[in-house]
Design a binder for this molecule. Structure first.
Ligand SMILES: *[C@@H]1O[C@H](CO)[C@@H](O)[C@H](O)[C@H]1NC(C)=O
Ligand SMILES: *[C@@H]1O[C@H](CO)[C@@H](O)[C@H](O)[C@H]1NC(C)=O
Ligand SMILES: *[C@@H]1O[C@H](CO)[C@@H](O)[C@H](O)[C@H]1NC(C)=O
Length: 880
């Protein structure tokens, strides 16, 4: 008979070791563990394990054995003469009380244990020494209350070392409670234990190799942590934490915190993934005893939430989703309470860690609900009031969400009142008001509610209602959000957002530029080879290199900085979109609006140029430069991942649009007269080709009942299928610039075409001189100076195109943001210089600074300004 492979099943860890302490505890009711706890490990009464059976069989007094703490303690304190009493800690961590005759040998004790089902192949250890079988019990010189270790041959039980170490931890913790100082090593012991959990550690690899065990290590850490719980180590640590001795408390806390560590040296990541059951146990024990205000408890709960939502985290094997939800829900409810209280307070503030915890618990809960109900949405009748008794957790989760939504609604109401007390002037510059930044957590909570509303239809419905009722504060919050990866859900509600909010929403999808100069992507470009060199610099860069920002310099020019970058963007975009490049075509009725040239030759370099174009457009948006170019609706819809309908093509292809319209208005006979089939003719490079719109399309004629289908296929063919390579490369280039290319469709989905026009194209209206002047400040000059007056008179007399050139010379801004000068990042400046009147004005475009000599007359001023508004001058004369 050999040892079983795994320890005999037990109802929970044996607590007989601690009974005396438990008794003492009872005398100190303040810290006593409640006897009627639901948690299995808290069962401190009898146990029917083999230990109990053995001790009763060997005790001469005929007592009921170790069935209660008093009997085992009594057995020890009143030994009959010539009999010795000691404990044996068995491999299953049960402690067996032994009553032996003084001349019994160790072999006899082992034989006895074997009779009790512990197997034959065993050894007894005392103080780390293996006891010789022939030695008598008396010769061992055991101290009172000694505990011997019963050890199997190493290969007989899967994790003997874990059992030994865990038992040692439990015993050490128990002794610490008795005032022994050995407990100060507890955290080292726990660290050692955790290190053994890690199947990857060097130590364990050698160990396994020695035993010839190479496979099946995946459950190693889980098994180890399970042993930690079964051995009673966890409960012993919690007991010690409740100790009256403050140093004991701190030893226990240090040991428990090893499981909360974020340091991989203490807690390796692959062990962390399986710590959830241990954390859950700590949480349950601490909540029952130390209470939910206890800081160690809060740390455990916080860590439990974050560990549970790690991918691949396990909360114990084969747990059903509902079981996990039921276990986690009480803790989630606590954190919801905390958040509710925070929101209800005067300041409405909620600590960041509480938010994080809420988010993590919601994530876990939703994950489990989806496992339980794979098609997602929960039928309404499951969380109605009548169902309260049947599916408690469903009902509770729903109620938690609704309470949270109600509280957020109240907060938004308060913010709304705040806003309406502002004058319309200050309302426009909400982004600059620090107070709104401290309220962003409200948006984060809305995000959580949207997340949970995937389960509860009526939460989704009510959420929409709340947003609709509080558009103003919602917009204010979105406008001042910095970066929050999770705001995509607002795409569904983009109709409630203003342009500034939508713009901010998509700008968040770009990587955060680095301030560090050294990480910028550097370009040194020869003006005469602008496009070729820019192409090289931009296409050869890895996407990540472009995320940090650009550093741009023209060859043989000193100027650098954002002004030069703006100039470069405008010039490159104009070159790329010019008809000579045959990449894009302007729409017939709108020269600023471009779509793809469907007949551009698909050679590799062309396709690379489309990647380049996509990247340039993305970079211009990221750097907030208006390049004066806008995309056609068909291109925009493609990038948004949406389909293109007849109404969308009117700008790009008025001819096809008109013919399709006509077909839709025709009668049956008229259509038949057209003798159209499901195909179209394409002329490329002088040759003609027929393309079928569907399989066998050339033989299917268009008639009154299939004409809509024909038009759909025709549009899809012209605007998507026939240029799919070009489109895909353009879209890829754009995606490269986003922090996550997968979010391209979200990016465009959050915007209307008009928003995109404003962001990329800027304003091509005439420049508002009043706006210009009111956003200009002076240095050296005063506003009322003659020279300043002459300057503005001169500007007034210019043509619109000249004004544009002057603005470009001054700021490198070719197209103003749609808000006008107010949308620029700074005011404009006119500096007085001491240079003589034969000098031209100069500029520092980065600082929007124009340096203006004191010309003797309006006439001279006009003629000098005329010179810099000739196009070739304004492009290359600015200095930084
Ligand atoms: C901008 O508008 C002007 C007239 O206001 C027009 O001449 C010019 O072509 C427009 N620019 C573009 C790029 O369409
Ligand atoms: C479109 O591209 C083709 C092939 O590169 C070129 O021949 C054609 O001129 C371009 N179309 C226009 C209108 O520029
Ligand atoms: C239209 O053409 C389709 C395909 O050829 C044919 O199945 C359908 O019967 C036609 N309908 C009419 C009204 O002629």
């Amino acid at each position: 008979k050999t040892l079983p492979d795994s320890p005999p099943p037990s109802d929970g860890p044996d607590l007989s070791m601690y009974r005396r302490h438990a008794k003492r505890r009872r005398e100190a009711p303040d810290h006593a563990l409640p006897a009627s706890s639901k948690a299995p490990v808290m069962t401190t009464t009898t146990h029917d394990g083999p230990g109990g059976a053995f001790s009763s069989s060997s005790s001469s007094g005929g007592a009921a054995g170790a069935s209660s703490s008093s009997s085992s303690a009594a057995a020890f304190y009143a030994p009959p003469p010539r009999r010795l009493h000691f404990f044996v800690r068995a491999t299953d961590s049960k402690t067996i009380a032994i009553h032996a005759a003084a001349d019994d040998t160790v072999a006899a004790v082992l034989a006895h244990l074997a009779d009790c089902g512990y197997g034959r192949d065993l050894r007894l250890l005392y103080a780390g020494r293996q006891l010789q079988p022939e030695a008598t019990v008396a010769s061992l010189g055991l101290a009172p209350d000694s505990t011997l270790q019963l050890a199997a041959r190493l290969r007989s039980t899967p994790h003997p070392k874990a059992w030994q170490l865990a038992s040692h931890i439990a015993a050490t913790a128990a002794s610490g409670d008795a005032g022994t100082d050995s407990a100060h090593t507890l955290d080292d012991l726990v660290k050692e234990y955790i290190a053994c959990c890690d199947p990857g550690s060097q130590h364990n690899r050698n160990d396994r190799r020695a035993k010839g065990d190479t496979g099946s290590t995946d459950r190693h850490a889980e098994d180890y942590l399970d042993i930690f719980l079964q051995s009673g180590a966890a409960i012993a640590l919690v007991r010690l934490y409740l100790s009256d001795f403050s140093f004991s408390r701190s030893y226990a806390e240090r040991a428990i915190r090893c499981f909360l560590s974020t340091d991989p040296a203490t807690l390796p990541p692959n062990v962390m993934l399986v710590t959830a059951p241990v954390l859950l146990e700590f949480c349950r024990l601490l909540a029952l005893t130390a209470g939910n205000k206890d800081s160690l408890y809060k740390s455990c709960r916080y860590t439990l939430a974050s560990v549970l939502c790690l991918p691949l985290s396990v909360l114990g094997a084969s747990k059903s989703p509902t079981k996990v939800i039921e276990q986690v829900l009480p803790f989630a409810r606590e954190i919801v309470e905390l958040v509710l209280n925070g929101l209800g307070s005067e300041t409405m503030l909620v600590p960041r860690t509480d938010l994080e915890e809420l988010s993590n618990f919601f994530k876990v809960l939703r994950q489990q609900v989806l496992l339980w109900m794979p098609d997602g949405s929960m039928p309404k009748n499951m969380y109605s009031r009548e169902c309260k008794r049947t599916d408690t957790w469903v009902w509770e989760l729903h109620e938690m969400s609704m309470n949270l939504l109600k509280r957020v609604d109240e907060c938004l109401k308060r913010l709304e009142m705040d806003l309406s007390s502002l004058s319309s002037d200050t309302r426009g510059v909400i982004e600059n008001q620090p107070i709104w930044v401290t309220r962003l957590h409200i948006l984060a909570i809305l995000t959580e509610l949207d997340f949970i509303s995937g389960i509860f239809e009526d939460v989704a419905h009510n959420l929409r209602f709340v947003l609709l009722a509080h558009k103003a504060p919602l917009n204010a919050l979105v406008r001042c959000s910095k970066r929050n990866e999770h705001l995509h859900w607002l795409k569904k509600h983009k109709d409630l957002l203003c342009f500034e909010a939508r713009r901010n929403l998509v700008l968040m999808l770009f990587s955060e530029g680095k301030d560090d100069y050294g990480e910028l992507h550097e370009m040194l470009i020869d003006r005469s080879r602008l496009l070729d060199e820019s192409f090289e610099y931009i296409t050869q860069a890895k996407p990540s290199e472009l995320h940090s920002g650009l550093f741009m310099e023209f060859k043989n020019e000193e100027a650098t900085g954002p002004g030069v970058l703006r100039e470069w963007f405008c010039m490159v975009s104009q070159a790329l979109f010019s008809p000579q490049q045959v990449l894009f075509l302007p729409c017939p009725n709108d020269q600023r609006r471009f779509y793809l040239n469907g007949t551009s030759v698909v050679d590799p370099l062309h396709l690379k140029y489309f990647v380049f174009s996509g990247r340039v457009i993305g970079l211009a948006l990221m750097h907030k430069v208006q390049v004066g170019i806008v995309l056609d609706r068909t291109l925009f819809l493609y990038l948004a991942g949406r389909s293109i309908t007849l109404e969308d093509i009117s700008a790009a292809d008025p001819f096809t649009y008109a013919s399709c319209k006509r077909i839709l208005e025709m009668g049956a006979a008229e259509i038949d007269d057209l003798t159209l089939t499901f195909s179209r003719d394409v002329h490329t490079l002088g040759s003609r080709k027929t393309i079928e719109l569907c399989k066998g399309g050339q033989d299917i004629s268009v008639n009154i009942s299939n004409r809509e289908h024909y038009i759909d296929l025709l549009i899809k063919n012209i605007f998507v299928d026939s240029i799919s390579d070009q489109l895909a490369n353009f879209a890829k280039g754009f995606g490269d610039i986003l922090a996550n290319p997968k979010l391209r469709e979200v990016f465009f989905g959050c915007l209307d075409l008009e928003d995109f026009d404003r962001m990329l194209g800027g304003s091509n209206n005439t420049i508002n001189l009043k706006d210009w002047r009111s956003h200009t400040q002076y240095n050296g000059y005063k506003e009322k100076d003659r020279h300043v007056n002459w300057f503005w008179k001169a500007v007034e007399s210019m043509t619109v195109e000249q004004q544009r050139q002057l603005l470009f010379f001054w700021t490198s801004v070719k197209y103003l943001p749609s808000e006008g000068f107010g949308g620029l990042s700074s005011k404009l400046y006119i500096y007085k210089t001491t240079e003589s009147a034969d000098h031209l004005p100069s500029s520092h475009t980065c600082f929007y600074r124009l340096c203006l000599p004191t010309y003797p007359s309006l006439k001279v001023m006009q003629s000098q300004l005329q010179k810099i508004t000739q196009e070739h001058v304004s492009c290359s004369f600015g200095t930084w």
